[in-house]
Design a binder for this molecule. Structure first.
Ligand code: BYC
Length: 315
């Protein structure tokens, strides 16, 4: 086979739904898009631990505390699968993490909002994890093998996260007037930022077209957002709560819910680093990284020692 055949072979694999694997030839732009998306996704998982980690010490019962700790640990695991998946594309983990700490790399806008009450743990689980799952179920079929396989496990855990969030809200929604108000307030604050998680409108998304052609993305930002609105507009009825959108209405023609316009200025402002908690989140990540230096050193020393021992055995 000649070098000129590689692009055709790559396309053939995409067309026939054969996964692209790390050692396969791939266009530079495909590799670059994946590194961008997977690293942003990994950063989102790790930064996503912060708003919830904030409530571990204040969870209302031992049971809720144990569940929340497990969930936050799961997010760390998701970050690790994704950083590993990103490394298979030829990046170093150190460089990827440095890009986060220097503010060069993006992570999901949603994690730049504060968690003000316990009900926020419910709203994050139901809405944020709910939005994440819709996006990630599609990514289980993404064309790059290591990303698709990481997603399968992540989705299983995310479904549990969504259920636990809904359960928190459900409990509050059956509680005192004060608890009901707390539940509604959290839904009000998290609804619009959750819709922003799906990214800009298709007409303003520079990456969607090409990512759909490469089957990195299987659904567009607007398609997923609509699916999310349709799902939540029904689920909120079980909570006896409302979504904060006067324009939310079932459309008998389209068989979907119509909904109001997202505040795109707010979205871009948060993406550009000017959200309510951007600075706090990055400071917390940098601090955790610095304080973890001794762990990385110890792991390196241990790996070196093991390698020396194995050399001895092989000889
Ligand atoms: N926040 O052309 P577009 C989770 C950027 S859940 C910040 O549509 P694309 C978790 C976008 O990167 C969240 N930036 O891009 C849940 C692009 O920037 P550049 C993580 C955003 O990639 C619970 C520009 O805007 N999930 O982890 O085709 C607990 C134009 O956008 C956002 C994922 O990352 C945003 N919301 O589509 C704990 C899923 N939206 O790089 C953790 C994987 C867009 O061109 N990612 N941007 O300058 C994806 O599916 C896609 O990357 C997106 C965006 C749908 C997010």
């Amino acid at each position: 086979m000649d070098l000129h055949d590689f692009p055709a072979l790559f396309q053939q694999k995409i067309d026939s739904e054969t996964k692209i694997e790390p050692l396969d030839w791939m266009p530079d732009a495909y590799r670059k898009t994946l590194i961008r998306q997977i690293s942003q996704h990994a950063h989102s998982e790790v930064v996503g631990m912060l708003p919830e980690g904030n409530w571990i010490s204040r969870a209302p019962s031992l049971k809720r505390k144990a569940i929340l700790i497990a969930k936050v640990q799961d997010e760390a695991g998701h970050g690790l699968y994704l950083y590993s998946s990103c490394e298979t594309l030829g990046t170093s983990r150190e460089a990827t993490i440095n890009d986060l700490h220097s503010g060069k790399a993006k992570y999901s806008s949603i994690f730049n909002y504060p968690t003000l009450t316990w009900a926020d743990m419910g709203a994050i689980g139901w809405l944020v994890d709910g939005a994440a799952i819709l996006n990630q179920v599609m990514l289980c079929r993404t064309s790059y093998g290591p990303y698709a396989r990481a997603m399968v496990r992540i989705c299983k855990e995310e479904s549990f996260h969504q259920r636990q969030g809904f359960d928190i809200l459900y409990t509050l929604s059956k509680g005192t007037d004060e608890q009901k108000a707390m539940c509604q307030d959290a839904i009000n604050r998290w609804w619009w930022p959750s819709l922003m998680m799906f990214g800009p409108k298709d007409s303003e998304s520079n990456n969607t077209d090409q990512s759909m052609k490469w089957k990195i993305k299987r659904k567009t930002n607007d398609e997923l957002r609509q699916q999310f609105v349709d799902m939540c507009a029904e689920q909120v009825k079980v909570l006896n709560m409302t979504l904060p959108d006067q324009e939310l209405k079932w459309n008998t023609e389209t068989q979907h819910y119509d909904f109001g316009e997202i505040n795109w200025d707010e979205f871009w402002n948060v993406v550009k680093g000017n959200g309510p908690c951007n600075k706090e989140r990055l400071d917390a990540r940098r601090k955790a990284h610095d304080e973890g230096e001794w762990v990385r050193e110890a792991a390196k020393a241990y790996a070196k020692k093991r390698a020396g021992k194995n050399k001895h055995i092989a000889a």
